[in-house]
Design a protein around this ligand. Structure first.
Ligand code: IMP
Length: 195
């Protein structure tokens, strides 16, 4: 079992969430804020690249194993955009109405039923140089106009395959149980339980 694991995020909500999810598999989960870690610029071109960059930076700064995540929405007809730019499309005000409108505009309004996927990649970096990534993905289609009050980000325009409601119309517990993040975490847990 990993005694101390740095979670390369300044989001205390995420630290608590991972603490619960990894109970019994990792000892103490410590956030980047506790260690005054800088937030590295996400300069890579893939979810894996950016997740590894963040995990590596936290591991190097602390000398402890570090975990990070990177996630976003990819739209097939936009060559994967917004993808790693999912947060950035919402701008400094985190305006996701604007970000969803940009998807609509870039598709020239032809958005209904377009293939999309939510992707999450978790990266683990150990002081001995070992690195592992775990990917979770939920395939679906886009729908317009935005519907639903739950969730966040691009949830109101994403309909997962096999359903006819958007992620923002799901009961939050149901979405969390089947989300891209949950799927990546399952793979991470399987890895840690074999360590
Ligand atoms: P990150 O925090 O840099 O990984 O940015 C992830 C971005 O992707 C978020 O700001 C959201 O815009 C988007 N995203 C990731 N997961 C979800 C989700 O479950 N629902 C809606 N949007 C998401």
């Amino acid at each position: 079992m990993i005694e101390r694991l740095i979670l390369a995020t300044h989001n205390q909500g995420k630290v608590r969430e991972f603490d619960k999810m990894l109970a019994g598999l990792a000892g103490r989960i410590e956030g980047a804020a506790e260690h005054n870690l800088p937030e590295p610029e996400e300069t890579e071109t893939t979810f894996e690249g950016n997740a590894l960059l963040k995990a590596r930076a936290a591991m190097t700064a602390t000398g402890l194993p570090a975990l990070s995540d990177d996630s976003g929405l990819t739209v097939e007809a936009l060559d994967g955009a917004p993808g790693i730019y999912s947060a950035r499309w919402a701008g400094p005000e985190k305006d996701f109405d604007m970000a969803m409108q940009r998807i609509y505009d870039e598709l020239g309004g032809d958005i209904e039923g377009k293939k999309a996927a939510f992707v999450a990649v978790l990266a683990l970096a150990f002081p001995d140089g070992t690195e592992q990534t775990f990917e979770g993905r939920v395939d679906g289609t886009l729908s317009w106009p935005a519907r639903g009050e739950n969730g966040f980000g691009y949830d109101p325009i994403f309909v997962p395959d096999g359903f006819d409601i958007t992620f923002a119309e799901f009961d939050p517990a149901d979405k969390n149980a089947m989300s891209h993040r949950a799927r990546a975490v399952e793979k991470l847990k399987a890895y840690l339980s074999n360590e």
